[in-house]
Design a protein around this ligand. Structure first.
Ligand code: ITT
Length: 192
């Protein structure tokens, strides 16, 4: 089984990706390789940030690795929070602060369509490869469910009756932006 280092400081993402990949590869965390850095994320696109995170950790560790940058794009907010999803309500804000902010901005608006877009950048033998996954949905009027993380309690994927936070992880992973992007990466790795 090969090792692949996942360049993330988000433990929720790590758990999801370990579940998606199963035991085909062993996913190493930054803890496993003793890297405790705050990874720089200063680009204004998901692609740019995914590449920045992956190269930063590749250069530190010398290992094949990948990073994921994800944004929630809300149509009525011209695609915000998008690349600013993590700190939408300000530096040091919580998931709850971010949800409160989007619910406030959407209040009174009938168009609540949105999508999660996830870009994975894989550095394999010194070359970068990109994989994208997206899922369309709507932003609910209130939080529902306790699982997942981030904006999951207010994201209702199209064709489903449960928000991402109400679904068991395997169901979210089966249809999610991250599940789709990582599955594309796996397909590529099987052939590499
Ligand atoms: P790393 O950069 O260390 O991977 P991060 O949390 O900063 O962790 P992102 O910049 O990609 O990662 O994530 C932006 C934010 O988008 C994240 O903090 C969550 O609030 C939200 N988010 C990402 N994936 C999500 C998901 O699957 N469900 C709900 N919200 C998600």
């Amino acid at each position: 089984m090969s090792d692949l280092l996942f360049a993330t400081n988000n433990p929720h993402k790590l758990r999801e990706v370990q579940d998606i990949i199963g035991n085909e590869f062993r996913i190493l965390s930054l803890k496993d390789v003793n890297i405790r850095d705050e990874i720089p994320e200063t680009c204004d696109t998901l692609e740019g940030n995914a590449a920045q995170k992956a190269w930063y950790i590749h250069e530190k560790s010398g290992l094949d690795c990948f990073a994921d940058d994800t944004g929630l794009e809300i149509d009525a907010l011209d695609g915000r929070p998008g690349v600013f999803s993590a700190r939408y309500a300000g530096e040091g804000c919580s998931f709850d602060d971010n949800i409160d902010k989007i619910l406030r901005e959407l209040s009174g608006l009938s168009n609540r369509t949105a999508r999660f877009r996830c870009v994975v950048c894989l550095i394999l033998q010194g070359l970068e490869h990109f994989f994208e996954g997206r899922i369309e949905g709507v932003i609910t009027h209130e939080r529902k469910g306790r699982d997942g993380f981030g904006y999951d309690p207010v994201f209702l994927p199209v064709g489903h009756l449960q928000t991402f936070a109400e679904m068991p992880t395997y169901l979210k992973n089966g249809i999610s932006h991250r599940g789709r992007a990582v599955s594309k990466m796996m397909k590529f790795l099987r052939k590499a």
